[in-house]
Design a binder for this molecule. Structure first.
Ligand code: ZN
Length: 316
């Protein structure tokens, strides 16, 4: 049996102001702030995790915020929109809520055979979409955060999918369908919809061709990478082998403590990660206290004082 990707594990963005980042994703979007840690490859930068109550893979949106980060430039070779699944009938609630919190230019898209959707940008000009989906399209249980600011009937369920803008969809399509197990659901007008597994929420990827777009430049407001899930280490190693056999330059396995990861760039230029479902976010703090204190991996714990002093102050 070939190794299986089950959908999105998390999406990671670059951002500017850490306090504003928390206030938007936790207090406005209502995702639980489940982990306050650092970028393991750059300990002077925070790594914030927002998710459902426990950080179910597929519900996780993470950020590397830094006040001095320059803004990114939109273009080809990046995730151009991150879509979040909301319950059917809740778009009106979200339009009002976002407007109340100062989000301007909320566009309603979808309609016809496409799900009702609103698109807007966060404070760093990063494109987000909220897509109405029936809960039956969820490949995973949704673990509602009872103490959050949004009621269960409207709460964001998980990441619905990602839209990638590339100059040419063909090479990306080939890798996605051959080595990664995606199926083409529909295509036309320079757009391809691809799905994994049952094609539910967090199992969707849209490829948009934009041959004349400038190359995207990563910075605040850019998606840094999208991570796909495998169930265990055996599938992780098998997927690494499969990518190597497809001629992809994939990294060694990196220990991320909450999961293990490999990274590579898909042919359109977007950084992909493949992450294991386990061990999960309760490995270093219990469920009730997730996100309440700065967590450092063992390799940095001895240097905690210096790291804490160097990190930007957060008021949120
Ligand atoms: Zn990641």
């Amino acid at each position: 049996m070939p190794p299986k990707l089950h959908g999105i594990h998390h999406v990671t963005a670059l951002a500017k102001d850490p306090s504003r980042n928390i206030r938007f994703y936790r207090d406005v979007l209502g995702m639980r702030f489940i982990k306050n840690t650092i970028n393991f490859d750059d300990p002077g930068t925070y790594h914030f995790y927002f998710a459902d109550r426990v950080g179910t893979p597929g519900s996780v949106f993470t950020t590397f915020p830094h006040p001095h980060a320059g803004l990114g430039r939109k273009g080809a070779g990046e995730v151009s929109t991150t879509k979040l699944a909301i319950p059917e009938g809740s778009v009106g609630y979200w339009k009002a809520r976002l407007a109340e919190h100062g989000i301007k230019d909320i566009r309603e898209t979808g309609g016809g055979d496409r799900p009702t959707t609103i698109e807007f940008e966060d404070h760093d000009s990063m494109a987000l979409a909220l897509v109405e989906r029936p809960d039956t399209q969820a490949p995973l249980a949704f673990d509602f955060w009872e103490d959050g600011p949004v009621s269960r009937e409207h709460a964001i369920r998980r990441i619905d999918g990602v839209r990638l803008r590339v100059r040419d969809t063909a090479p990306s399509r080939e890798l996605l369908t051959d080595a990664m197990g995606f199926a083409v659901e529909s295509e036309g007008d320079g757009r391809l919809s691809l799905t994994l597994g049952e094609g539910g929420s967090s199992q969707r990827l849209e490829l948009v061709a934009d041959p004349d777009a400038p190359r995207a430049r990563m910075g605040a407001g850019s998606i840094h990478h999208v991570a796909w899930r495998v169930a265990d280490d055996a599938d992780h190693l098998a997927m690494q082998r499969r990518l190597m056999d497809a001629g992809v330059g994939v990294t060694e396995v990196k220990e991320r403590f909450y999961f293990r990861s490999i990274y590579f760039r898909e042919p359109g230029g977007v950084i992909f990660e493949i992450a294991t479902d386990g061990p999960g976010f309760t490995v270093d703090e219990d469920e009730a206290s997730l996100g309440t204190s700065l967590r450092l991996p063992p390799m940095y714990e001895g240097n905690r004082k210096n790291i804490e002093q160097a990190l930007p102050e957060v008021k949120a």
